[in-house]
Design a protein around this ligand. Structure first.
Ligand SMILES: [Zn+2]
Length: 694
């Protein structure tokens, strides 16, 4: 079928977004001023709309198809709806956040100066995107009305040629695309992604028209490959945004441009020029080695993982072997050599790459995993889950799902307070107070902050919580894959268009029992795929009480049969408390262990220690019981791990001290989930603790 670009200013037909029985692809007539164009209009509404992507094994469910109903993620989602998002909106629309003000000023509707960093527009778009995920479930029309008002202002801020980045529009002393540190393409990426999501959820085109006009501007600017722009594509959200726009419009030039941003990287001499002044170059921005030749994850962790996620999106469409080989290599390098036990990435605030380029907020050497000075930006951790979600869809390999889950339950959620209003930028694995004064090195802030001037992380995390139901399931060729566990309802169509409804009941991650009831399905056989996490050894699976053999941790368990309404799948994952140790090459955690139960990593905090105890004096015993206890009234309802620890009483402050047999006292206390740390006042914290094996 012929697919043509569309002038969306005269886009008059909208595909209905509420009728779930519609087929996934249909033709839509678009009237152009001069001619009538028919294009394929994809009716699917996934977070990443890969329904027609030829190189994807697990396809997205539509946004809104799954809703959390009970338990852990339902609580988090509800907090996002009731607290996180409204609070963030108040910040961003007011004078503190100034995000909306910037658009109003750029639109000529308000006097004033731009405030916030160069990438503030992008972070505002993320909040808008999060609002759409919430609307897809709660259908609160006020959200759409508010978005319409904001979109009108954004439209007025957009320049006649399609350019849109408010810090540059407001200032008259800077030319567009004169220095890549202005993050214009980061703003572009979030604009395109947010507009696609808005279109998919509401069926409206007002935001999409702005994104298309902007993307056309980018295409005109970049497709001739002018020499002075070859090093742009810096904080690369535009690759994901362009692919999503291609998927929305079927206009191949957006995919072509997305691929060009990958192809341009690493094809030039690495030296400072006019476009790079004021920011590190080389490995810091992944420009030293072409993507297809890279063997190591380097540079700023957020930049790297947005880049990889974008490359995964391009591969989903092109199927180019060199791309997936590089993606696999980089995934392995990140997850096997440079990732924390919490799923966090980006070991350092400042450092050098193995090729000796200056690095900020990023990757350093393999196995070099400091605890106190770990940077682990919340965005980087979320980008790791975004990358893994994409790899899961490409490969169907459950190990990618394990990492996604690890981030979600640990280094993602640690970025926000239980209440939902305070944010961490970095997520170290240990914090100590006092003489060493690490506060400014590791956590940026000792406590979570109600507003961060660099506001990239908060809306990134809130949009992730808001879209998490969309990650919970995928569609396989003839069935459903269960990626995440938690109480929810799913109502969707299989890829053949037949309806399926199911209910998942679970108190995961506090309990490993999952019950999935088929409420409605086709009568022909289809498969249910259940992710059995690699840690879930001894998992038991049954259908209607009859055991299923061969459940292998670290894979999807496949049950193919004629399902009928009322069929019940039961999965029981043993939730043993486990010690986790690191590879011998990780010097920073030699003779130490982390404590993990299911996907949740635990930590020791000052609030659970005798007053005045230093976290560095705490030891765990290899032989004492580790007892999980659920507490509804603790930290929003969590399972803690009760155990006897040892506290050393004679540690000296000198740099090196003579030691004989240390003096230890026993103390009974509990560890709390890592993501809940620093919700009970200021104190010290550690994930890894020295262990005494008796
Ligand atoms: Zn961030």
């Amino acid at each position: 079928m012929k697919k043509l670009a569309v002038v969306f200013s005269s886009f008059i037909v909208v595909v209905g977004c509420t009728d779930k029985s519609k087929s996934t692809v249909e033709e839509v007539k678009i009237e152009n001023k001069n001619t009538e164009i028919v294009m394929i209009k994809d009716n699917a509404r996934g977070i990443i709309n890969n329904t027609n992507s030829p190189h994807v094994k697990l396809k997205s469910i539509d946004i809104g198809d799954c809703q959390w109903t009970e338990g852990f993620w339902a609580d988090k989602w509800r907090t996002a709806e009731k607290v996180m998002l409204p609070y963030m909106g108040t910040l961003l629309k007011g004078d503190t956040g100034h995000g909306y003000n910037n658009f109003k000023i750029a639109a000529g509707l308000k006097e004033g100066e731009h405030k916030g960093f160069w990438w503030h527009d992008g972070d505002f778009y993320k909040w808008m995107e999060a609002s759409m995920y919430i609307y897809a479930v709660n259908k609160d029309e006020k959200i759409v009305e508010e978005m319409d008002e904001i979109i009108e202002v954004i439209g007025k801020a957009q320049q006649a040629d399609g350019y849109l980045s408010t810090p540059i529009i407001i200032r008259d002393d800077i030319e567009p695309f004169s220095n890549r540190k202005y993050h214009e393409l980061y703003n572009s990426g979030h604009l395109m992604t947010s507009a696609c999501i808005h279109h998919r959820v509401t069926g409206k085109n007002n935001f999409l028209e702005i994104a298309i006009k902007h993307a056309d501007y980018l295409y005109k600017l970049f497709s001739p490959k002018p020499d002075h722009l070859k090093r742009f594509g810096f904080n690369q959200t535009q690759i994901m945004g362009l692919v999503e726009l291609y998927r929305t419009t079927q206009d191949k030039k957006y995919l072509e441009l997305a691929e060009q941003f990958i192809n341009m990287r690493g094809t030039y001499k690495i030296e400072d020029d006019d476009t790079t002044v004021g920011y590190p170059i080389g490995d810091m921005v992944q420009e030293r080695v072409p993507f297809r030749e890279e063997t190591e994850a380097v540079g700023h962790a957020v930049l790297a993982l947005y880049y990889y996620a974008g490359a995964a999106d391009v591969y989903a469409e092109t199927g180019e072997k060199a791309l997936i080989e590089s993606l696999d290599r980089l995934w392995e390098n990140v997850t096997d050599k440079k990732m924390y036990v919490t799923g966090a990435v980006g070991q350092t605030h400042y450092g050098r790459s193995s090729r000796l380029d200056k690095i900020e907020e990023g990757f350093i050497d393999e196995y070099m995993m400091p605890n106190m000075t770990a940077y682990n930006e919340t965005c980087a951790n979320i980008c790791n889950s975004m990358f893994n979600y994409r790899m899961l869809t490409l490969s169907g390999d459950s190990n990618h799902g394990d990492i996604m889950e690890l981030v979600l339950h640990n280094s993602g959620l640690s970025g926000i307070s239980i209440e939902g209003k305070d944010y961490y930028y970095s997520n170290p694995l240990r914090k100590i107070d006092g003489a060493l004064d690490y506060d400014n090195m590791n956590v940026e802030f000792a406590e979570r902050q109600p507003y961060l001037e660099c506001f990239c992380c908060p809306p990134n995390l809130v949009r992730t919580i808001a879209k998490s139901p969309g990650w919970a399931y995928s569609k396989s060729q003839n069935g459903i894959a269960v990626n995440l566990y938690g109480g929810n309802k799913l109502e969707t169509t299989l890829l053949d268009g037949t309806r399926i409804k199911l209910t998942q009941q679970s108190n995961y991650p506090w309990d490993g029992a999952v019950k999935i009831t088929i409420d409605e399905s086709k009568s022909d056989p289809f498969e249910m795929l259940l992710r059995i996490p690699a840690w879930a050894k001894g998992s038991k699976l049954s259908v209607n009480g009859k055991a299923i053999e061969a459940v292998t941790p670290g894979s999807f368990a496949k049950i193919e049969r004629n399902w009928v309404a009322g069929d019940v799948i039961s999965l029981d994952m043993p939730m043993e408390v486990k010690f986790i140790e690191g590879h011998p090459r990780i010097e920073e955690i030699r003779n130490q262990v982390a404590i993990k139960r299911g996907p949740v990593v635990y930590c020791m905090e000052s609030a659970d220690l005798p007053k005045g105890t230093k976290i560095t004096d705490v030891y765990v015993s290899g032989s004492n019981d580790l007892k999980p206890e659920y507490h509804q009234d603790v930290l929003g309802g969590v399972t803690t791990i009760k155990t006897d620890i040892m506290i050393r009483k004679d540690m000296l402050d000198g740099m090196y001290n003579e030691v004989s047999k240390p003096k230890m006292v026993s103390y009974t206390t509990s560890l709390v989930p890592y993501f809940t740390w620093s919700n009970r006042g200021q104190g010290e914290m550690s994930v890894f603790l020295p262990v005494i094996w008796n």
